[in-house]
Design a protein around this ligand. Structure first.
Ligand SMILES: O=c1[nH]cc([C@@H]2O[C@H](COP(=O)(O)OP(=O)(O)OP(=O)(O)O)[C@@H](O)[C@H]2O)c(=O)[nH]1
Length: 630
């Protein structure tokens, strides 16, 4: 494979990809490059008017992303990477630069602009070679860009919105992903497809070839590499460093292709060879440098078999607040965390190592530190903290799931077995003690906060003046709704014991005046008047009989034209979505409810006069259903 000699130059180096883009990770992993991912914190806010051409903006942003990571790693870990790669993809149309859309309206604006026209996709790339002298960081920056022209077909408004509601546009430059659903919008591509996806691999390899194999005197009369040097010219490329010639062609290896790549994308190389040889077998290595087994392993099954261990490691690290202890600190040694948390050193070290291997922590010789997503999702005060739900999973769901077998045999909830209590009303169980109640509310709050934006924007709700969120708990969705819809007032209706405890979860005052809390039981008490009734993660708790009671109450207070919005994990009719199916098992062990399909919800709603049932799959944890009282 012609790329090997070039990528092989990076094998012995500590390579860091300064990008959170899963596509860039995939493109580089697929060609066997081994690297760490350290997403850049550089904010993509350079003043666009300062740049004469769009590609200059993309190159400068890529450079700034990579420089930020190189500097941070040097300062933070005192272990400087050898190479840092940064990239930035933009779309340019009518002299405008389009980046990632900020919301659905923005995605719509972008896609409408691209509709029926040709545009350019530019990816700027920066390759920074770092070294440290007297603890001073020295960097050599190489950068380049690649342009690909893409043309969209003429697309209808409906199709654009359908695409936007798929959720795909949101993290993609120009608001589309050519590698997935977005591919259907595209009439033609002129240039490097991978460049559109986020990383111009071919140009990257050419750049490495230029850097690592500069034309020597004897080949200087040859044309400058305008493509990757082929294997035929491989010997000419040798610069005498042993690593450059460590690559071995592997003929006849059963799970390799002619490129010498193993099927999982690793590069073959021999340990001691100083010249290219053929037919020499060495163990294949995976991404972590671990030899691959000779036996074909059922990796999916093994992963499921051990899945509970990984979950429990996450739960325990969260419960012991290890991620909180690591927040805003440089690397911390296991012994220091053990002392702070009050745990054994050997146990703590094993747990932290497991968390690092699971990608939850970064580990360096100086100690452990949180990754960015750990700071966001796993610390108790992270922006989208799931801490509450993780503790609920550990303390409540885990014991219930140990009785899954009984639940399957008996077809009913297992609270009496897990907690030694007679099954009463579902929420009475949660609210019997202040501690359990707060834990449950924190869990519901974390999921509501994470899903609120997608639920609130799945449909345009700007025509409504008043909404009532039945079982709205801490008001996380209500607050998101009033932020998005300036004319909307939302009443959160929930049990008195919930309403009495909501103050802790309220956001800073900004739009809070348009959110009010009213206590009551939606099965027994009068419902507040509203144009829109919201039931988010409510119906899945209940049997069809109870749902009929609730829907008939709502139907009775709904004037024609009033609407209901449901947010639930909707099962696909083919029952293939494992997250929703596992959530349905979760409902089995603890409630009388279940997850339902779109047609099941439609049937329930239609029986109470709610028609025109529309369903949006959001790509987040909750899907959204909207219907109108006729
Ligand atoms: O067809 C596709 N077009 C673009 C993409 C993806 O879009 C983003 C572009 O954003 P950016 O370059 O700013 O990169 P980020 O994702 O924010 O990650 P960084 O941490 O590197 O800033 C990029 O992910 C492309 O892959 C696509 O998927 N398909």
């Amino acid at each position: 494979m012609v790329l090997h000699p070039v990528l092989g130059k990076l094998v012995s180096k500590r390579v860091v990809l300064a990008s959170a883009s899963p596509r860039r990770q995939e493109i580089l992993t697929n060609v066997g490059l081994r690297f760490e991912v350290v997403p850049s914190w550089f904010k993509e806010t350079l003043e666009k008017s300062y740049f004469a051409a769009p590609y200059e903006y993309a190159v400068e942003t890529a450079k700034q992303k990579a420089l930020e990571v190189a500097n941070r790693m040097h300062v933070k870990h005192l272990r400087t990477p050898d190479v840092v790669i940064g990239a930035d993809t933009i779309v340019s149309v009518d002299e405008q630069i389009l980046e990632k859309p900020v919301d659905k309206q923005d995605a719509y604006r972008m896609l409408s602009r691209l509709n029926g026209k040709e545009h350019s996709v530019f990816t700027g790339v920066a390759i920074i070679h770092c070294s440290s002298k007297d603890n001073q960081l020295e960097m050599e920056v190489t950068d380049f860009y690649e342009e690909t022209k893409v043309k969209f077909s003429d697309l209808s408004e409906d199709l654009l919105w359908e695409y936007i509601h798929s959720g795909e546009p949101m993290d993609k430059a120009g608001g589309y992903g050519i590698q997935a659903l977005g591919g259907m919008l595209v009439e033609y591509v002129h240039g490097d497809f991978l460049n559109v996806m986020g990383f111009p691999l071919n140009h990257f390899c050419k750049k490495l070839a230029e850097l690592y194999y500069p034309p020597s005197k004897h080949n200087v009369q040859h044309k400058k590499y305008d493509s990757i040097p082929s294997v035929d010219t491989f010997e000419n490329l040798s610069d005498g460093e042993s690593e450059s010639s460590n690559f071995t062609e592997h003929k006849g290896a059963s799970n390799s292709d002619s490129s010498g790549m193993c099927s999982s994308g690793s590069i073959y190389y021999s340990e001691n060879s100083s010249s290219v040889r053929t037919g020499f077998m060495v163990p294949l290595e995976n991404q972590n440098g671990v030899p691959e087994s000779a036996t074909k392993l059922p990796s999916k099954i093994l992963e499921l078999m051990d899945g509970f261990r990984a979950s429990k490691a996450l739960f325990v690290a969260s419960k012991l607040k290890m991620f909180d202890h690591l927040k805003n600190k440089g690397p911390v040694k296991a012994v220091d965390i053990a002392n702070e948390v009050g745990t054994s050193v050997c146990g703590t070290e094993r747990l932290l190592d497991a968390c690092a291997a699971l990608g939850l922590l970064e580990k360096t010789p100086q100690g452990y530190s949180n990754t960015d997503s750990t700071n966001t999702y796993l610390t108790s005060d992270g922006e989208y903290s799931l801490h509450g739900y993780i503790i609920h999973s550990n303390d409540h769901l885990w014991p219930l799931f140990t009785y899954l077998e009984s639940a399957v045999k008996e077809g009913s909830r297992q609270n009496h077995r897990a907690f030694g209590k007679k099954a009463e009303d579902l929420f009475k169980d949660y609210y019997h003690s202040q501690e359990v109640k707060q834990r449950f509310m924190a869990a519901m709050h974390s999921i509501a906060h994470l899903t609120a934006r997608d639920v609130a924007t799945a449909f345009d709700l700007s025509r409504f003046k008043s909404a009532c969120d039945l079982g709205g708990c801490t008001g996380a969705l209500a607050h998101e709704l009033v932020q998005i819809y300036p004319n909307l007032k939302v009443t959160v209706f929930d049990l008195p014991e919930v309403i009495a405890n909501t103050s802790y979860f309220q956001p800073p005052a900004q739009h809070t005046a348009r959110v009010t809390f009213v206590s009551g039981d939606f099965f027994k008490d009068n419902l507040p008047e509203a144009d829109l009734y919201i039931l988010s993660r409510v119906l899945h708790d209940w049997s069809d009989e109870k749902i009929h009671v609730l829907l008939s109450k709502i139907s009775a207070v709904c004037k024609p034209g009033c609407e209901i919005l449901l947010a639930e994990m909707v099962l696909d009719d083919e029952k293939k979505r494992s997250t929703a199916l596992l959530q349905s098992l979760n409902m089995l062990v603890q409630t009388e409810g279940k997850e339902r399909s779109g047609s099941e919800y439609r049937a329930l709603l239609q029986q109470h006069g709610f028609t025109n049932v529309k369903i949006r799959v959001t790509g987040n944890l909750l899907d959204v259903i909207l219907c109108i009282k006729t």
